[in-house]
Design a binder for this molecule. Structure first.
Ligand code: SF4
Ligand code: SF4
Length: 103
């Protein structure tokens, strides 16, 4: 049961999560990162690292339909995007997005 990155990561991309992943499961585009479910070993290390709580366990999708669409988006997008393994500067919009989200 892999973890997934959800909408809170959009315009944010703090990338605190990628440095703790033991299997390099994170891929990214210009807007956010995604977890490759075939690479993720479900260790949970990334989830508490995200300052905007964007990372969720896919098993929560049973109770949360919007999470189900993010499970599909992570699965579809991650394999075709570049691997992100090092912390990068957050997007210029990140602090404003974080404030909007209440973190
Ligand atoms: S730490 Fe959170 S906001 Fe930052 S890249 Fe990872 S999932 Fe996205
Ligand atoms: S749960 Fe573990 S293996 Fe999966 S993406 Fe997060 S840190 Fe990587």
């Amino acid at each position: 049961m892999p973890y997934v990155v959800t909408e809170n990561c959009q315009q944010c991309r703090f990338t605190d999560c990628v440095t703790v992943c033991p299997v390099d499961a994170f891929h990214g585009d210009a807007e956010m990162v995604y977890i490759d479910p075939d690479a993720c070993i479900d260790c949970g290390a990334c989830e508490p690292q995200c300052p905007v709580k964007a990372i969720k366990e896919d098993r929560e999708a049973e109770k949360n339909p919007s999470l189900a669409s993010w499970v599909a988006i992570n699965r579809d997008k991650a394999p075709g995007l570049p691997l992100i393994t090092k912390k990068a500067a957050p997007l210029p919009t990140a602090e404003a997005k974080k404030k909007t989200l209440g973190y």
